[in-house]
Design a protein around this ligand. Sequence first.
Ligand code: KG4
Ligand code: ZN
Length: 365
Amino acid sequence: MGSSVTILGLESSCDDTAAAVLRQDGDAPARILSSVVFDQAQLHAAYGGVVPEIAARAHAEKLDICAAQALDEAGVSLDRIDAVAVTAGPGLIGGVLSGVMCARGIATGAGLPLIGVNHLAGHALTPRLTDQLRYPYLMLLVSGGHCQFLIVRGVSDFLRLGGTIDDAPGEAFDKTARLLGLPQPGGPAVEDAARAGDPGRFAFPRPLLNKPGCDMSFSGLKTALLRARDRIVAEKSGLTLRDRADLCAGFQAAVADVLAEKSRRAIGIYLNEAPSDAVIAVAGGVAANRSIRTALEQVAHDNSCRFVAPPLRLCTDNAAMIAYCALEQYREGHRGEPEVVARSRWPLDQRSAPILGSGRKGAKA
Ligand code: KG4
Ligand code: ZN
């Protein structure tokens, strides 16, 4: 394939301001020349969740600094860039708009094409960037804002097999941590506490396992945990370390069971169209959880599927994945849109029913 393509990508759909420069020479794997992420966690810490207005303002202040740093670290000037890519949705609309306006400014000023990228497509295509996966593969996206199974067939061809109908698993981990007085982000804190716990002490529900299909639900699990906590507190007027560990272990085991069983079903559907090398890939912060990952690896192994998990810094929000998505489109001849529109909702699979709920981190699709 042709010569070298270099893309500048921007991401600002949630609480990370990110910019990256990506280059692909001919058919060689694309290389990340720089990937800068400014995390806003401190700005939102006091509010127990992302505050959209604070996020949008912080993105607007940081985006051009972030882009300049990414170009600088890559050692590339704008005249070596072939196209600018930006997350155009789904996400918190103020942040998405900040990104689109900044990217439009850069692209117009430098006379470059501007490519609007779907944030979820960025996550979904990451294993092609990191592991050069071939289409079609199965993707489980599990983060603080997303949870869905996708058969990834092409750069803009996705089949959504199911997803959460309420909270994302990361959101449930974060709420669990809050209910138990553990720090944020809740996932690592709950996982840590669960290590010393007995997952069998509390009989937490496995929501929607008795229903066919790949949809999931995690908000009832959080309510069950709240009830169990309140029962103990009423009996003993407080939680011991043991109680907390058992609650965390029980919660984590329930999430792992649900994700494992639904993955088994999703793999069953995917295998009908899979090539000889079937792959299930994961992305999102929750994929960092050891017991969830072990459960998923087991399901993959049982079904003769390869399990692929990109490095965590590329599983969580970043701009390299946005640049990569645009790179594939550029390689297919796409030269941007005259008017990139910011969208709060943007389902990857237009055929699937809209996802309910909009979540702490913005719309889920
Ligand atoms: O992908 P991510 O960085 O951001 C978005 O949500 O977009 O995911 C963050 C989420 C948080 O909810 C966090 O609690 C969860 O991933 N998380 C974990 C673990 N590490 C991060 N959940 C469970 N176990 C973990 N070890
Ligand atoms: Zn994300």
